[in-house]
Design a protein around this ligand. Structure first.
Ligand code: FDA
Length: 578
């Protein structure tokens, strides 16, 4: 069997790759060793950059229909149990009015809560409908590569038969135990198997505990495992407010526990804090936190995306989002190389651009894991303290004494600090690149005016993400994002930028690469009705922004150059390696 791209794995990374490639008209086969998509909810948080990938695929409506919206995600309650005493609250996922404004200004898409077993079919259905061959029960065994392509040997797990798939390129999207990474010998840095967690997926109507303080996670300080005999349990909403994951720790040193349905009910009741609530356990599984990234993500004609090359704790919800964005970065490049529009050297930019992102998100999630122990330190618990000591320490927080004032101050500060496990808007939206697929405009590096981990930084500097602003056409609002993407380069220019349009036409013909052009301003293709484009573009009315298919600014000119055609041709030649 032959195809252009073989994708190993149909999780968020592989499913996104197959949806993108088939949308771009590139033949692809996606294989998954299991009979279906993820059978547990796993990742939920789909951040703005994640939803934007769906938007570009024309699938944002499906996401909105199936996801829990932002306004039901934000209230993170810290308590002794769901029914128990509240210790404090956070407003997460940009639901605090201050952050809500920042969130809304950054993107036309909103963060939402979309369980992975629902997210994956949205991508895979689209992929199959657009021409991808989706093969379940099919496992990659080995592969070899030569100058012209990759030959993979796969096993049909229904018949135990083996056959070969020949592809021009292979994408390893095969998750945390990636056979592709192993066979390529890609170097990994960090540790696997740090801290064990038990996930109990269950049905229970918890509306009366959650509806009036809606959040996607409720955090409980209870006697258990993790911090000197005490732990943090989590009730993770899957569907409001009837389907949940109860997360509880286990001691890795004691080995993986074997758990029964009764254990699942016990854990659920312990977290709920009310044994009379009817609970129906759906599944129980264990997982370990990893803290690993690869220091290379490609070799020859094989590219690795997603958890295969970055694994970390669920804090900040960066896992599935980063995985989909790896594919968003890679697939348009593969498309252009396969169509002969770009030289294979364009693919090297995948390494240059996504390796720093992998390292950054793993380090961010690790830092966020470190935000929880200070809660226990603030309680000043004695070593190896038991349940009673924890109860006493929590009770002591209410005491009207100077000693308790200090404890309260430390505990409240530790609790507030955990917001960095959820509200890192900058980490999500500011990913930026320096690579051969970005051409400098010669301006000096710009320092973000605020903390780049926390705050979104909108700039049209080459290598940054195109900023979102609303423009209008026929009185209807349109995001700048919707003027770009869908597998094509775009030029955005102003009212005096007609020469860029002429240049684009000639360069497009010369390179055989479609170049879409939009003018924005009075009487242009789009009206800058709010005046935001003028500010955001950081260019004059005769300037131009060149936007890549993945919404990154490839290059910009503040004003018309002497010979726009020659300038644009030079820029495109650099990016495409021609
Ligand atoms: P993923 O692991 O999803 O997919 C790998 C695919 O490869 C699967 O389809 C598998 O069958 C296939 N495969 C593997 N080997 C193969 C072979 N040899 N041949 C063929 N197919 C093969 N993240 C987050 O952002 N927020 C969260 O809240 C959580 N929560 C969470 C909870 C739990 C319990 C887990 C285990 C994980 C999370 N995550 C998470 C992490 C998140 O699930 C993860 O980052 C993404 O699933 C990664 O997507 P990938 O597509 O890279 O790998």
């Amino acid at each position: 069997m032959e195809t252009e791209v073989l994708i190993v794995g149909a999780g968020p990374a592989g499913a996104a790759a197959s949806a993108l490639l088939s949308t771009y008209g590139i033949a692809n086969v996606v294989i998954n060793k299991y009979p279906g998509v993820s059978n547990t909810p796993r990742a939920h948080i789909t951040n703005q950059r994640g939803v934007e990938v769906f938007r570009d695929l024309g699938l944002e409506g499906e996401v909105i229909k199936n996801a829990t919206p932002q306004h039901l995600m934000g209230e993170h309650v810290y308590a002794t149990s769901l029914a128990g005493r509240e210790l404090g609250r956070l407003r997460t996922w940009y639901t605090h009015p201050h952050f809500k404004a920042e969130h809304d200004l950054a993107s036309p898409s909103a963060v939402c809560d979309l369980p992975q077993h629902i997210l994956e079919p949205i991508l895979l259905n689209a992929a199959a409908a657009r021409g991808s061959s989706v093969r379940f029960n099919t496992e990659l065994l080995t592969f070899t590569q030569d100058d012209d392509g990759v030959t993979a040997t796969v096993k049909d797990r229904l018949t135990d038969g083996r056959y070969e798939i020949r592809a021009k390129y292979l994408i390893g999207a095969d998750g945390g135990n990636s056979a592709v990474v192993e066979q390529l010998g890609l170097p990994l840095v960090g540790k696997m198997g740090l801290g064990g967690s038990i996930n109990v997926v269950f049905e229970a109507d918890l509306s009366r505990f959650a509806e009036h303080r809606p959040g996607d996670m409720y955090w409980f300080i209870q006697p258990g495992v993790g911090h000197d005999g005490n732990g943090i349990g989590v009730l993770r909403m899957v569907r409001p407010w009837t389907r949940w994951i109860g997360v509880w720790g286990y001691d890795v040193a004691a080995g993986e526990p074997s758990l029964t349905e009764a254990d699942g009910i016990r854990i659920a009741h312990q977290l709920i804090g009310d044994d009379t609530v009817p609970v129906k356990v759906e599944s129980i599984s264990t997982w370990a936190v990893n803290d690993v990234y690869a220091t290379d993500n490609m070799k020859g004609r094989v590219f690795c995306v997603g958890d295969a090359v970055h694994r970390h704790s669920p804090m900040n919800g960066l896992g599935s989002n980063t995985s989909m964005q790896d594919s968003y970065n890679l697939c348009w490049k593969l498309m252009m190389v396969l169509r002969g529009q770009a030289a294979p050297s364009l693919l090297d930019s995948y390494r240059e651009e996504r390796l720093p992102v992998a390292k950054q998100i793993v380090q961010r999630a690790k830092k966020s894991d470190g935000l929880m122990p200070p809660l226990f330190m603030a309680l000043r618990l004695p070593p190896a303290s038991g349940a009673q000591a924890l109860r006493d320490a929590l009770d002591a927080l209410d005491a009207p004494t100077p000693e308790a004032t200090e404890r309260r101050r430390d505990f409240d500060a530790a609790l507030r600090a955990t917001i960095m496990g959820f509200n890192t808007h900058g980490v999500e939206t500011n990913q930026h690149y320096t690579s051969g697929a970005i051409v400098s405009d010669g301006t000096p590096d710009q320092v973000a005016p605020r903390d780049e981990e926390i705050y979104h930084f909108a700039t049209s500097r080459p290598g940054r993400h195109l900023p979102h602003v609303w423009v209008t056409r026929d009185q209807h609002r349109v995001s700048t994002f919707d003027l770009c993407g869908r597998g094509r380069f775009t030029l955005l220019t102003g009212i005096n930028g007609a020469a860029w349009r002429d240049a684009a036409e000639l360069v497009s013909k010369r390179f055989g690469v479609p170049l879409r052009v939009h003018s924005i301003g009075r009487g242009c293709d789009y009206e800058d009705s709010y005046g935001d484009y003028q500010t955001m573009s950081e260019t004059g009315e005769d300037g131009v922004l060149l936007i890549r298919p993945d919404h990154m600014v490839a290059w910009r000119a503040a004003s018309l150059t002497e010979d726009p055609e020659a300038t644009l041709a030079e820029v495109m030649a650099k990016i495409l390696g021609r």
